[in-house]
Design a protein around this ligand. Structure first.
Ligand SMILES: [Zn+2]
Length: 186
């Protein structure tokens, strides 16, 4: 989805409990994208919150979080699920977030050389003893949302993670989410 600078986007957890892998790209350059590692440095946080500005791999502001009605712990550590991962689990044709990203970018003429680490909205991966990752079910209730403002023109991609494993999507099967867009502020 193309999002113009100044536009607010709301990513809504329509049914609750859904993890939504999220990326943002420079519409003119597939090698310039929202970067979790650079955003962690920029905010000095493992997980971002309202008021934080997330940046690109060139440290350019991309998105500012303007509201969040979920538990607010959005993972920034995990790679997107992909075909290799599912094949290793004996599910070679399973839908996956990496392929969803590539398919979503194709109409924009973008073919990134790598799949950047996604911003895993609603995914709760806590860090235990300063070292270990521990997954908890996404605690977002139906209708919970994260609202963000684009700081520049971006192509925003969200993939409702189809994983049934690891408990990240809670007990229910993955069911998707939806967007709402708001015009730039006057
Ligand atoms: Zn996924």
């Amino acid at each position: 989805m193309a999002v113009a600078a100044g536009t607010k986007v709301c990513v809504v957890n329509t049914h609750g409990g859904q993890v939504v892998d999220t990326w943002a790209f420079d519409p003119a350059d597939a090698t310039h994208f929202l970067s979790m590692e650079h955003s962690r440095v920029a905010t000095y946080k493992i997980m971002f919150e309202v008021g934080d500005t997330l940046v690109s791999n060139r440290r350019e502001p991309f998105l500012t979080i303007t509201a969040d009605t979920s538990p607010g712990l959005h993972d920034t550590q995990y790679a997107a699920c992909d075909a290799v991962e599912y094949a290793a689990m004996g599910k070679p044709d399973h839908p996956n977030c990496a392929d969803n990203l590539r398919a979503a970018l194709t109409p924009f003429g973008l073919a990134p050389p790598v799949v950047p680490c996604p911003w895993n909205l609603f995914e709760i991966a806590t860090i235990r003893d300063g070292r270990y990752l521990a997954d908890l079910p996404a605690g977002a209730l139906p209708g919970a949302y994260v609202e963000m403002e684009a700081r520049r023109d971006v192509v925003l991609v969200c993939s409702a993670c189809p994983s049934e494993g690891f408990g990240i999507n809670g007990e229910a099967p993955p069911r998707g989410g939806h967007f709402e867009l708001y015009p730039p502020r006057a």
